[in-house]
Design a protein around this ligand. Structure first.
Ligand code: PHB
Length: 383
């Protein structure tokens, strides 16, 4: 099924629904976790990416090579080096972990091979360590959490206790949230970071959160960590309501969390229940292809595919042309209007506040509020 999105992709003011038949082959390295705590995320991004390319009828133009980062920084860097130096890819798509993105940043910048970031929220990659070769179609850690800090303080939450895994994404998500929450009058009563990918028992952390007397718990967990955390929150005798970065109750794995996810309130750049024509068409096509609801990770992969095709149509298939064209991409997609801010190469997009609710026997996402067109500060980025 052809998506209506194809006709809406615009670059530099020109619609690119009609593209030149590309005789040159573009080599794409997908550098994602296919094992470990973020394996499901890597697979979901890959599905979205493949769908965009197939749906456009352009599979013949792209040779795709996948490499497993295992969500480990040194492994991610080694895989990026292999893709560039040995496979000679023109462009890379990927990276789930902020830690892996941090490790790869200097190599990507020096190699001058563009990386379309399809998840990792590392603020520095579109801040003080920005690069003309790093373009983000996903989100930054600050972009998801800063608006939620303000929103919660303005919507009656006065005190919180925060928890997140102890690596760069956990620290950035919580510090962005906490700065905005306190600036809007809230107070953070306590904060802990749990060993990344290793914490089996969240009981002691939940006990400390409860003992702090905070009105709410705010957390970032994703993938396997999110499933464990939400399940344990559900079985722990705790009345303190749970809030978080929306990855906590992602449609990708919320079913595995079960009833414990009901009532969790969170912020995210995409939920599959958005009532827009672009999203409805996307959800229908995704369900027809994969038989499941799409998640934010599927959309990030899908948008990486659309952005790549738009850049190739505009600029050509070599690394320099793709890198130069990517910041000009803008369109209305499943998540709403998106554009790339050329000052940082970070995405500008809506952030949605949503609740996880039970409807007709299944967990789903209920839209509570929309914070429009969230743009990060330049934050020291010099292109
Ligand atoms: C990250 O490490 O930046 C990260 C990982 C998983 C998510 C979100 C962010 O769901």
């Amino acid at each position: 099924m052809k998506s209506i999105l194809k006709n809406l992709v615009v670059i530099g003011g020109l619609a690119v629904g009609i593209h030149m038949p590309a005789f040159a082959d573009t080599k794409v390295g997908l550098v994602l976790p296919y094992t470990g705590t973020y394996a499901a995320l890597g697979n979901a991004i890959t599905e979205g990416f493949n769908m965009a390319i197939d749906e456009a009828g352009r599979s013949d133009e792209f040779t795709i090579i996948t490499e497993d980062t295992e969500a480990k920084p040194p492994v991610g860097l080694a895989k990026a080096r292999k893709l560039v130096l040995q496979d000679k890819v023109d462009v890379m798509v990927g990276v789930v972990s902020s830690g892996v993105l941090g490790a790869m940043r200097d190599f990507v910048h020096q190699a001058e091979v563009p990386l379309i970031v399809a998840n990792a929220g590392n603020n520095l990659a579109t801040g003080e360590n920005c690069s003309p070769y790093i373009v983000r179609v996903s989100f930054s850690n600050g972009q998801i959490n800063r608006p939620m800090g303000t929103w919660m303080a303005e919507n009656g939450v006065k005190t919180v206790y925060t928890l997140a895994p102890d690596y760069s994404a956990g620290h950035q998500m919580i510090s962005s949230f906490s700065a905005a929450f306190t600036a809007a009058g809230g107070e953070v009563l306590g904060s802990e970071f749990t060993p990344f990918g290793q914490t089996k028992d969240f009981g002691p952390y939940l006990a400390n959160a409860q003992a702090s007397g905070a009105e709410a718990i705010f957390v970032f967990y994703a993938g396997g960590g999110a499933i464990n955390f939400v399940k344990q929150y559900g079985s722990f005798d705790i009345k303190t309501p749970l809030y978080g970065s929306g990855f906590l109750t992602s449609p990708l794995y919320v079913a595995a969390e079960g009833e414990a996810a009901i009532g969790v309130r969170a912020s995210l750049h995409y939920i599959p229940t958005l009532e827009t024509p672009e999203n409805k068409a996307f959800v229908e096509a995704f369900m027809a292809r994969y038989g499941t609801m799409p998640s934010e990770y599927s959309v990030q992969g899908y948008d990486a595919g659309l952005a790549l095709m738009a850049a190739v149509d505009q600029g050509g298939t070599d690394s320099q042309s793709i890198a130069a064209a990517l910041p000009k991409v803008s369109y209305v997609g499943p998540r709403g209007a998106l554009e790339i801010d050329p000052a940082t190469n970070n995405i500008v997009q809506n952030i949605y506040v949503y609740d996880t609710v039970m409807e007709n026997g299944a967990l789903t996402q209920k839209l509570i509020d929309t914070i429009s067109s969230v743009r990060d500060d330049v934050a020291g980025c010099q292109m």
